[in-house]
Design a binder for this molecule. Sequence first.
Ligand SMILES: [Zn+2]
Length: 121
Amino acid sequence: MPIKEEDREALKLRLLELRNSLVNDVDNINKHSNDEFESEVPDVNDEASRTYSRQVLLARGEQDRVILKRIDDALDALERGEYGTCVDCEEDIPLKRLISVPYVERCIDCMTKWEQSQAER
Ligand SMILES: [Zn+2]
């Protein structure tokens, strides 16, 4: 079932909004990991916590980039009119699910199976 025009527009706006905030976040992370962490003379007591927060930041940046890629794919699919189908079973993903997570790639059933297969690794 094709997505209604008004829903498509709303989803596109939401994707663009999310994209913007992620781009800002990645920018911030880049700034932090470049100056804040490297310009200071390392303090032995502080070193461990600094390494830790740096790892957290980098992990978050990594995750942001994965989501950014999915948002771009979703925007692409939206343009091509292929948006909203599950990548595994090719069924329509319920609109409610798309609105809460607009870059979602799988229906709930396939997502559950996918998560289980990831957990088994
Ligand atoms: Zn599916």
